[in-house]
Design a protein around this ligand. Structure first.
Ligand code: ZN
Length: 131
């Protein structure tokens, strides 16, 4: 599986790894809910292995909101399609309620993964053990 092996962007995003070395952790824990609730204490500032400063510039994380928005739209489309397929006579307000609940329940994972995706746009994997 080349897509999920070390060196691919997907590896860094799915396994919570530093985008540069793929060894150090990006988030302090792998639990998205814990990361969201304890954000100020739990966000790693630097990679413990290669010392990459995760905040590449001031306000860098604002860009991850675009990724988060795209993920939210994807969740919305999936749940809209599912509710329309399985409950064709559903009231529109109930459908909107289901979609909003799905987005809220997915928000910790969305927050967790959107920052990883965003930093992977800008940082290249460097397979080197001499950091
Ligand atoms: Zn690293």
């Amino acid at each position: 599986m080349r897509l999920l092996s070390k060196g691919s962007k997907m590896y860094s995003v799915l396994f919570n790894k530093c985008p540069k070395c793929h060894i150090g952790k990006f988030w302090a824990t792998n639990n998205p809910i814990k990361n969201m609730l304890l954000n100020s204490k739990n966000t790693c500032q630097k990679c413990e292995y290669c010392s990459l400063d995760y905040e590449l510039e001031i306000g860098f994380w604002y860009g991850s909101m675009y990724v988060s928005y795209a993920i939210s739209v994807a969740v919305m489309v999936v749940f809209w399609t599912l509710t329309s397929l399985f409950f064709p006579l559903i009231n529109i307000f109930n459908e909107i309620l289901i979609i909003v609940l799905a987005i809220l329940l997915a928000s910790p994972i969305n927050y967790h993964i959107s920052r990883l995706i965003w930093i992977n746009f800008f940082v290249k994997y460097i397979p080197n053990d001499t950091y």
